[in-house]
Each structure stands twice: as C-alpha cells, then as structure tokens.
Design a protein around this ligand. Structure first.
Ligand code: PLP
Length: 284
C-alpha cells in the first residue's frame, strides 16, 4: 500500500510527491534532516529533534520553515494517516530550488519533506540481544559533523565496508580517537565508567545521547565525556551505540576483537531498558 508523504504543505501519495531537479538538496546536499522514532503511535524525544533541526538550519543561515507546534501536527498526521505503531519519521528541509550557483540564493522557498517508515517491533530488535559487530574506518567526513546535513555518502560507504567485512556497522577514527559510528554515537564502559566523546564539531550531538547520559547520571552511573582511542575501546569491558532508530545497542566486537565477554554487557542492557521505559513515558 502506498504511503502518504508530506511535501511543501500537502499530504500526497508517495507516487505523486515531487521535488524540483533544481532543488539545492539534490544539487549541493544543501539541506538538513531529522529522524524521530515512533513507539506505540507516539513520538520519542520530539522536542530534542525539533531543537536540533533549528540549530542545524541556523548554522546554515536558514530559518525554521514553521514553528514547533505545526511541525508536531505534521508528524502526528503522518503517523495517523499511515497507521504507524512502531517506526520512524524522516524530515528533510533544504534551501529550496534555485538556478545552480554555489552562493546561497536570495529568497528561495525552503523544501520541506516528511515521510514515515513502518518498523513493527522496533524496540524488540533481535540485534539488541545479539550485539553488533563493528569495524573501524578512518573518519574522512567534513569538519562540521555537528550539523545534521543530508551529505551521507561517507557514512554509506562505511556501512558498505562493514557489510563486506561481515559486520553490522563501522566506527570512525580520527587521530587514533573514535569520533562516532556511521549513524550513531559511540560509547565504551571501563570499570563501571561510561565514556563517550565530548560534544564539538567532530560529532553529531545525538538526541538519544543527551537523554541516555541524563538517565545514566540520574541512576548514579559514572559518565566521562572525553575522546577515547580505538585501543581503549578494544580493551573496554563493554561498548555500545545510541541513535533514534536503535535506542541503545550493544557492541560485542571491534575489528574482530571481542569486547569484554563478547556478549551484550550489563550497563548497555540496563541503559537500553531505562531509555525505552522513560522515553515511552515521555512520548507525545
Ligand atoms: N551520529 C551520527 C553521525 C548520526 O547520523 C546519528 C543519527 O543519525 C547519531 C549520531 C545519533 O543521533 P540521534 O540520537 O539524534 O539519532
């Protein structure tokens, strides 16, 4: 059955949705996006995603195309029209269509697109019990990874390299230190302390990361926000990643080296349970 998607103010069947060939998202990757998860028909961490969208747009001299409440209405309407129980909502805002020129055009109308992806059982992914195998790759992305732009070719290449190596994903490494996963934030646990890279331009400021660190501190767990090396990660007791679509996902091996016991660890498992429980309670 065809989905209903949102394009520039209209709800249309996906086959009829159209964006200009001159759209700067298409020509220059001049656009930003957000992915919000849906559990039991409700949105997880919506306000965090709306705030980060505004920040990403501001960094690129673009305005929010609409206020928080209008954005929320569209998310909810898409959930309703597409009968989403568990799934994801993808949102993209580009600078709009204009004759091709590197300089930002004056007065272009932003393009706003949202669509749903149904993912029944999203919170019960079998991988959470099994744990992810990851490989390491150099971080060859641009220097403003804090802006959630649609230029995702290098992360795609990373996922393909992981697949070719029989792994689930890749962590990116710069100056011997792990930055983040191709589409998630990276963590290790050593002697009970959770370590994850500090915020800066080198990583995306994950919305799930912010929530998980808050829950970890509330549960009296030790947290250190600092860069860690790949070597440290291989010798850690546990490792895991966070993102809106995977929540908290344990990592059990890095470049073929087992992390800890080589099975999902107690800290990652507990944080996943806490995150899911608290997020479901706060879902809107
Ligand atoms: N880091 C990168 C590079 C990502 O692409 C993502 C999500 O897409 C994340 C981290 C996790 O961010 P969030 O928790 O907001 O989904």
């Amino acid at each position: 059955m065809s989905r209903t998607v949102y394009v520039n103010g209209e709800y249309v069947p996906e086959e009829e949705a159209k964006v200009s060939v001159f759209d700067r998202g298409f020509l220059f990757a001049d656009g930003v996006y957000e992915v919000t998860s849906v559990l039991d028909g409700k949105l997880i961490d919506f306000d965090g995603h709306a705030k980060r969208l505004e920040r990403s747009l501001n960094e690129l001299d673009m305005d929010m195309p609409m206020g928080r409440d209008a954005l929320l209405d569209i998310h909810r309407e898409l959930v309703r029209r597409n009968g989403i129980g568990d799934g994801l909502i993808y949102l993209q805002v580009t600078r709009g269509a204009a004759d091709r020129d590197f300089a930002y055009p004056e007065g272009a109308t932003p393009t706003v697109v949202l669509f749903t992806q149904a993912k029944p059982g999203l919170a019960d992914a079998p991988l959470a019990k099994e744990g992810m195998k990851i490989i390491s790759i150099p971080d060859l992305r641009w220097g403003r990874r804090d802006i959630k732009t649609v230029q995702l070719l290098y992360p795609s290449m990373g996922k393909m390299a992981a697949k070719a190596a029989g792994a689930h994903d890749a962590w990116m490494v710069e100056d011997d230190h792990v930055t983040e996963g191709t589409s998630n934030n990276a963590y290790i646990v050593k002697d009970g302390t959770i370590v994850t890279r500090h915020l800066g331009n080198e990583i995306l400021h994950g919305i799930t990361r912010a929530a998980v660190l808050r829950f970890a501190r509330e549960a009296q767990m030790q947290v250190e926000e600092r860069a860690f090396t790949l070597e440290e990660a291989k010798q850690a007791d546990e490792a895991f990643v966070t993102s809106a679509s995977t929540f908290v996902m344990p990592v059990v091996s890095i470049d073929g080296v087992a992390v800890g016991e080589g099975v999902p660890g107690p800290v990652a498992t507990r944080l996943r349970d806490i995150y899911l429980e608290e997020s479901r309670k706060a879902a809107i």
